[in-house]
Design a protein around this ligand. Structure first.
Ligand code: SF4
Ligand code: FES
Length: 287
């Protein structure tokens, strides 16, 4: 667990301005959230003027240019630059998205500005890097791995096209955290499992190769699970893979309700059988 010294208050102050070089023709302004745990200053928005004629087309290209050519102290995560690893998720002009697959031209306002902040609702480690410990802890709560049956086939498990279709592309999740960091329920309640993990639970419950769907439904039906979702839809808007965590949560909710109703009926039936069974016949049978 990373030990964090958080900003002394949440007020973000105006930071430094890094001017574009003389003669630059296509200058745009990048306002970037900065906070360093090693100083006692408030968070600030630094302004970097960049000549887009010498910059790649994506938001991440501009951040890399800033780090390589203007300010090496700027800190952010990135790896694949192809929208695959999920590490470059950040908040661009108020929306969570992947910096590597967002063209700059789509996000510059009429004054040629763009504002980049870290993902919300998570502690900040430095600048645009957030602490994802809670995100991963919630993910592990749903046991994201496949639990195979004891009598698994000698060769591969087979799934029909219909069974794959029912997963609704949930397996395409790249764990970027954009949905988690857009969810107001996460913001208010750190115990909530979260859309990313519930989407994984949905995938496992519907996977015909998994042997523990009932146990999984019990796990997500607790106080911090599917019934905590307020169906705000922010997770759908944020997802760079166009997945639908809200629909997955709704499906889990219905299945969990059916399971609870079935269990309640079963208990009721058992109790009524116990009450109506004559005591003498129980004694005679040695019960
Ligand atoms: S569901 Fe979408 S937004 Fe959420 S972690 Fe997966 S890919 Fe990212
Ligand atoms: S750098 Fe991998 S998704 Fe953006």
């Amino acid at each position: 667990m990373v030990q964090l010294r958080l900003p002394k208050n949440s007020r973000v102050v105006k930071g430094k301005t890094h001017k574009a070089p003389e003669g630059a023709l296509n200058v745009k302004t990048f306002q970037v959230y900065r906070w360093d745990p090693d100083d006692s200053e408030n968070p600030r928005l630094d302004r970097y003027e960049i000549d887009l004629d010498s910059c790649g087309p994506m938001v991440l290209d501009a951040l890399i240019k800033i780090k390589n050519e203007i300010d090496s102290t700027l800190t952010f995560r990135r790896s694949c630059r192809e929208g695959v690893c999920g590490s470059c998720a950040m908040n661009i002009n108020g929306k969570n998205m992947l910096a590597c697959n967002q063209p700059l031209k789509d996000h510059l306002d009429r004054k040629g500005r763009i504002t980049i902040r870290p993902l919300p609702y998570q502690p900040i480690i430095k600048d645009l890097v957030v602490d994802r410990t809670a995100f991963w802890e919630q993910y592990l709560r749903v046991k994201p791995w496949l639990i195979p049956p004891e009598d698994f086939p000698e060769k591969e498990f087979r799934m029909s096209p219909e069974e794959v279709e029912a997963l609704n592309n949930a397996e395409k999740c790249i764990m970027c955290g954009a949905c988690y960091a857009s969810c107001q329920v996460v913001g208010l309640n750190k115990g909530y499992i979260g859309p990313h993990a519930l989407l994984k639970a949905f995938q496992r419950v519907l996977d015909p190769r998994d042997s523990a769907p009932g146990e999984r439904l019990n796990d997500v039906a607790g106080d911090d699970g599917v019934f905590r979702c307020h169906t705000i839809f922010n997770c759908i808007d944020a997802c760079p893979k166009e997945l639908n965590p809200t629909q997955a949560i709704e499906t889990l909710r219905k299945l969990a309700q059916k399971r609870q109703a079935f269990e309640a009926h079963r208990r009721e039936r058992q109790n009524s059988l116990i009450e109506t069974t004559p005591t003498r016949s129980l004694e005679q049978s040695g019960g």
